[in-house]
Design a protein around this ligand. Structure first.
Ligand code: ADP
Ligand code: MG
Length: 321
């Protein structure tokens, strides 16, 4: 049985590059960057809660880091460092090697350096803290939306939730649609480049992890404004377009979660620049609504005639209803 230190040495200790001191001491040391704020965020994946026992370890390594990088993207920050706190029921070398493979493939793709962490026995739990650099005045915050702003969305929402609906027997997806939705569920691509390109263009910004409506409500609350979404303008992937159950599609699009897209607001005068950015970056950006001077945090979903659609739920809350 490998010791805790064997595990760290074999799977997670890599020589420091950007950091002044990486894995191996009581703390890592990182140099402050001139003119930059350090954006810091933690996200945890818990077995039985965020993923099922037996989930492919490489995919977990990818996803645990991806959901964190998505938070950096939503601030407009450039990824720099990560720490990794692991609770594991056993020291399964095969599992660890696969987990590390998935983790480092994504870390290398985004230039993220693993500089520390903690390793302990316990129910499987993966907690990552990421750090990124952003000029403080250009950070994309949730509290910066203004009445009259357009609401924009990158990519499409709902596909990860559609995969879960298929796995739970609530719908049946055709082969290509299922492959697409499973990839969106297991291997999300954080919108890191887009986040940085939106510096100075977007006002309020959030990454969509808990459901589009719930996450836009966070922008609304923090900014003291209401959000009006135009349901017919929500983009749908080919898999969602093939979904014949409209109630399920609506729930996935608005409240599904696990999307890791960016939802942001911007002044109408920024439209041309944002459209140019979408073309240049090869990312679909869609205008899906408007910010209004209404009850802070209220999200209304309007149908084609302008009346409000009743929502069964807004999104995911671990302790709420
Ligand atoms: P301490 O007892 O000082 O907390 P540890 O023995 O827990 O130190 O960890 C030893 C070193 O290995 C530290 O630099 C720590 O940051 C690093 N480390 C521990 N677990 C991990 C991990 N899962 N991934 C990366 N680094 C880790
Ligand atoms: Mg420790």
């Amino acid at each position: 049985m490998p010791s805790e230190f064997d595990i760290i040495r074999r799977h997670f200790a890599r020589p420091a590059r950007r950091a002044l001191l990486g894995v191996g001491d009581d703390c890592a040391l990182i140099a402050a960057e001139r003119g930059m704020a350090l954006a810091v965020s933690t996200d945890m994946l818990v077995e039985g809660r965020h993923f099922l026992a037996g989930t492919d370890a490489a995919k977990l390594g990818h996803k645990a880091l991806a959901v964190n990088l998505s938070d950096l993207a939503a601030m407009g920050a450039a990824p720099r460092y990560a720490t990794l706190a692991l609770a594991l029921p056993d020291a399964d070398e095969g599992w660890l090697a696969q987990f590390a493979r998935g983790f480092f493939a994504l870390a290398d793709a985004f230039g993220v350096e693993l500089i520390g962490g903690d390793t302990t026995r316990g129910p499987r739990n993966l907690s990552i803290t990421v750090m990124g650099a952003v000029p403080p005045k250009l950070a994309l915050r949730r509290d910066a939306a203004q009445a009259g702003d357009d609401v924009w969305l990158s990519g499409c929402t709902g596909d990860a939730a559609l995969a879960l609906a298929h796995l739970g027997g609530r719908t049946r997806l055709a082969e290509a649609a299922l492959a697409h939705c499973l990839a969106r569920l297991d291997q999300p691509s954080p919108r890191v480049a887009l986040g940085q390109a939106l510096r100075g263009l977007a006002r309020g910004c959030i990454d969509v992890s808990d459901g589009l409506a719930a996450d836009l409500a966070h922008i609304g609350e923090r900014s003291g404004v209401a959000v009006e979404l135009r349901y017919a303008d929500l983009p749908r992937s080919f898999a969602m377009q093939a979904c014949a159950e409209e109630q399920l599609a609506q729930d996935c699009l608005l409240a599904g979660g696990d999307d890791y897209e960016l939802a942001f607001t911007a002044a109408p005068k920024a439209r041309a620049k944002i459209e140019a950015l979408a073309r240049k970056a090869g990312v679909m950006l869609t205008r899906i609504g408007t910010i209004a001077a209404g009850k802070p945090g209220l999200v209304s979903v309007l149908d084609a005639t302008g009346s409000s659609l009743p929502l069964a739920r807004m999104g995911f809350d671990h302790f709420g209803g």
